[in-house]
Design a protein around this ligand. Structure first.
Ligand code: KIV
Ligand code: NA
Length: 264
């Protein structure tokens, strides 16, 4: 059981092998996900919502993410562990270096940041100094107040073009992975085919190289509702490990996401 690295994901992309990712926030769930064969675990700043009960990810601090990264990293043997950089923790390259260092020392093997053009210098600086970067484009939840709500992105041509340009630029700047959230299927497909780095989608259709979901959503216990792009795997299996196995299987054979989970 060899460790999953950015090279592993790159190889998956070249081989056309779809891979799966889940968020995790504690060692018990992370250990189960890891043992069932999940390739990527993300300590998401979604923890603000699913762990802390906040309305969005804005209140999450770097210490919060570092704490949960330590919890998860104690349990993970195989999966690539990514830690999310929270709101305003990477507003300048200097802040990004300090805060990303804390997350790497907490056990992450890669950090994730939301943004495109304005982040290019930061991506290069971190990568050159030994901190691998996953970028995140489309519906970037830390900008919820700029978007005026959690809204699908990339629907009009101008916005779609901008996302494509930003995706190319972040790859050029040194990012090794990209998350695309809540954009139309066609746009995600174009970006996935254009980039040589692996692309992970959430609400971005079936054509990305990998899929990620929030763990609480696949167990149907998120407060309020399950997003359209997610799926409750616990109700159909009745067991947490079997639910994770089913998610991994459905991503790998292309069953998930289906048309009903995507935006066109
Ligand atoms: O915070 C998070 O859980 C995320 C994923 C949804 C990609 O950023
Ligand atoms: Na996030």
């Amino acid at each position: 059981m060899s460790k999953v690295t950015s090279s592993t994901l790159f190889k998956y992309k070249q081989e056309g092998k779809k891979f799966s990712a889940l968020t995790a926030y504690d060692s018990s769930f992370a250990s189960a996900f890891d043992q069932e064969g999940i390739d990527v675990l993300l300590v998401g700043d979604s923890l603000g919502m699913v762990v802390q009960g906040k309305a969005d990810t804005i209140p999450v601090t770097n210490q919060d993410v570092a704490y949960h990264t330590r919890c998860v990293s104690n349990a993970v043997d195989r999966a690539l562990l990514i830690a999310d950089m929270p709101f305003m923790s990477y507003a300048t390259p200097e802040q990004a270096m300090t805060n990303a260092t804390e997350l790497m020392q907490a056990g992450a093997s890669m950090i994730k940041m939301e943004g495109g053009h304005w982040l290019l210098e930061t991506i290069t600086m971190l990568t050159e100094r030994g901190i691998p970067v996953c970028a995140h484009l489309g519906l970037t939840p830390q900008s919820v107040h700029v978007f005026g709500g959690f809204k699908i992105q990339g629907r009009d041509e101008e916005n779609a073009k901008r996302i494509i340009e930003e995706a190319k630029a972040i790859e050029k700047a040194g990012a090794q992975l990209l998350v695309l959230e809540c954009i139309p299927t066609d746009l995600a497909k174009t970006i996935t085919e254009t980039l040589s780095i692996p692309v992970i989608g959430i609400g971005a259709g079936a054509d990305t190289d990998g899929q990620i979901l929030v763990m609480h959503d696949i167990f149907g216990i998120s407060s309020g509702y399950i997003p359209r792009f997610s799926k409750n795997y616990l109700s159909q299996t009745g067991d947490i490990r079997l639910a994770v196995k089913a998610f991994i299987q459905e991503v790998s054979d292309g069953t998930f996401p289906s048309e009903s989970h995507t935006f066109n």
